[in-house]
Design a protein around this ligand. Structure first.
Ligand code: BES
Ligand code: MN
Ligand code: ZN
Length: 495
């Protein structure tokens, strides 16, 4: 979708549809909505009244203009009460508005920088982001492409003095949404195409296009570095594993060095501890963390934050075979820690552990954040719309929680309960890779914590929100692109 910013009146835009916002519990229309209403001889207020349009967040309606203005249709979105307006309301309203315009067959759409209370730059960001995310579809593998598709979007601000900030906000919103959709496409694509070699190829394309540093290590090189946990998981797969390291260096002075680590299991069958058919069905999404890393790294040069960022992915499938790791096997991590395999289906923490060792030893990262579809237990705890956050450093946790709030993604902190550490004891090795059923998301977090080398570290368990079974406010069912926007907000934040 092509985006442009227009400073001028919305009612004279020559598009198939225009989108306006309306507040709840107000006697009459304001600003842009009032002007569009006047241009239509009061048709907007007539329709809203006849329909008893409540203007609650997510309410959407539309009307035909019968040639009274150049646009064929007006889409009206609810913004809720004016005093309650948040950027998330704006984002969702834009998403709902764009979907309606698309379903009406509009190819060119103009949308107001919805609302009037928060900074215009942030509203322009949220409107653009919401519009692009809401209109997302995935039809790469279909013969019949979605024929209803919005091709161009004008973000319209009536006040010409705000043109710069609106242009700026819209551009950032576009980069955020584009990154999110890039991750969505990778995750929605099937595991027969998206294998470790493919992820490495995507990383190479990104490195070239965005001028990032890149190292890709194959099995033998990972062996040399001592990544026994990662290679243990990879042992059962015909697909060669790849360890991917992308790096972004800011042009000016850097504030700090961050490692962003993504779980990159391109398919999780469970290994010899094979999953059930139902449990395996959507396991192409077990590389959602890796997709987020690639999307984030690709976006960084367009946002130029003053931090050095290293994107790390230990990419492999988790498959059963004659060569696969067995329950009871003992593997050795890059930092020398030994791990007994209690369950081959707890593979994510093994691959992440070696990636964390690499972040400490080779990158000397000052902060680490990992993103992983790690445990079903986290989905049981928080459901499909919220990620779990674990941390060994509350200041870092707070910064990421604040970033998630700004980004409009749900993240909730869960505790790393020290006493549960004994659940990871092994009779033969330093640790077992699984504990008891209860508190499974915490046990996984405690396991990872052992590999943070006492550096500030946050673990995001995205098993729920990475991939959803129902359409949400911000996109269709399938991959969501979580937590790309949270991480971009965090890397962009001023601290
Ligand atoms: N990739 C799964 C976790 C998962 C489950 C993600 C459901 C999304 C939806 C992970 O590798 C896994 O299999 N975890 C096991 C751990 C258990 C064996 C300790 C789980 O959650 O059952
Ligand atoms: Mn698994
Ligand atoms: Zn997994």
């Amino acid at each position: 979708m092509k985006i442009d910013v227009v400073a001028g009146p919305l009612e004279t835009c020559r598009t198939d549809a225009i989108v306006i916002g309306v507040y709840a519990e107000e006697g009459k229309l304001r600003d842009v909505a009032a002007r569009v209403d006047r241009a239509l001889d009061g048709q907007v207020s007539n329709v809203l009244e006849a329909e008893r349009f409540g203007a609650k967040p997510a309410h959407v309606t539309h009307l035909h203009t019968a040639g009274r203005i150049p646009a064929g249709r007006v889409v009206v979105v609810g913004l809720g009460k004016r005093t309650d307006l948040t950027l998330e309301t704006v984002r969702r309203a834009a998403s709902g508005g764009l979907r309606r315009a698309r379903d009406l067959g509009a190819k060119a759409v103009a949308i107001d920088v919805l609302g009037d209370r928060l900074p215009a730059r942030s509203r322009a960001h949220s409107v653009t982001e919401g519009a692009l995310l809401g209109a997302y579809t995935f039809d790469r593998y279909k013969r019949e492409k979605a024929e209803k598709r919005v091709e161009s979007l004008s973000v319209v601000e009536p006040d010409a003095r705000r043109r710069r900030e609106v242009t700026d906000g819209a551009r950032t919103g576009e980069v955020f949404a584009d990154a999110t959709c890039f991750a969505r496409d990778l995750i929605n694509s099937p595991a027969n195409d998206v294998h470790p070699t493919y992820l490495a190829k995507v990383a190479a394309d990104i490195a070239k296009e965005a001028k990032l540093g890149l190292k890709v290590f194959d099995r033998a090189e990972c062996q040399k570095m001592g990544m026994g946990l990662f290679l243990g998981v990879a042992a059962g797969s015909e697909q060669p594993p790849k360890f991917i390291h992308l790096s972004y260096t800011p042009s000016g002075r850097r504030r700090r060095r961050v490692a962003v680590i993504g779980k990159g299991i391109t398919f999780d069958s469970g290994g010899l501890d094979l999953k059930s058919a139902e449990g395996m069905l959507r396991m192409k999404n077990d590389m959602s963390g890796a997709a987020a890393v690639l999307a984030i790294m690709r976006a960084l040069p367009r946002l130029s934050p003053p931090v050095e960022v290293h994107g790390l992915i230990a990419a492999t499938e988790n498959m059963p075979s004659g060569g696969a790791v067995r329950p009871g096997d003992v593997l050795r991590a890059m930092n020398g820690t030994t791990v007994e395999i209690g369950n081959t289906d707890a593979e994510g923490r093994l691959t992440l552990a070696d990636a964390m060792c690499y972040a400490a030893e080779k990158v000397d990262a000052e902060e680490m954040v990992d993103m992983a579809t790690l445990t079903g237990a986290c989905v049981v705890a928080l459901g499909p719309l919220c990620s779990g956050l674990f941390a060994n450093d509350q200041a870092l946790a707070d910064r990421i929680l604040a970033a998630a709030e700004n980004a409009g993604e749900r993240v909730w902190q869960l505790p790393l309960i020290d006493e549960y550490r004994e659940n990871l004891k092994s009779d033969v090795a330093d640790f077992n890779n699984v504990g008891p059923r209860g508190g499974g998301a915490i046990t996984a977090g405690l396991f990872l914590k052992e590999f943070a080398a006492d550096r500030p570290w946050v673990h995001l368990d995205i098993a729920g929100p990475a991939f959803v079974e129902k359409d949400t406010a911000m996109g269709p069912k399938g991959a969501t692109g979580a937590p790309v926007r949270t991480m971009l907000c965090y890397l962009m934040s001023r601290e």
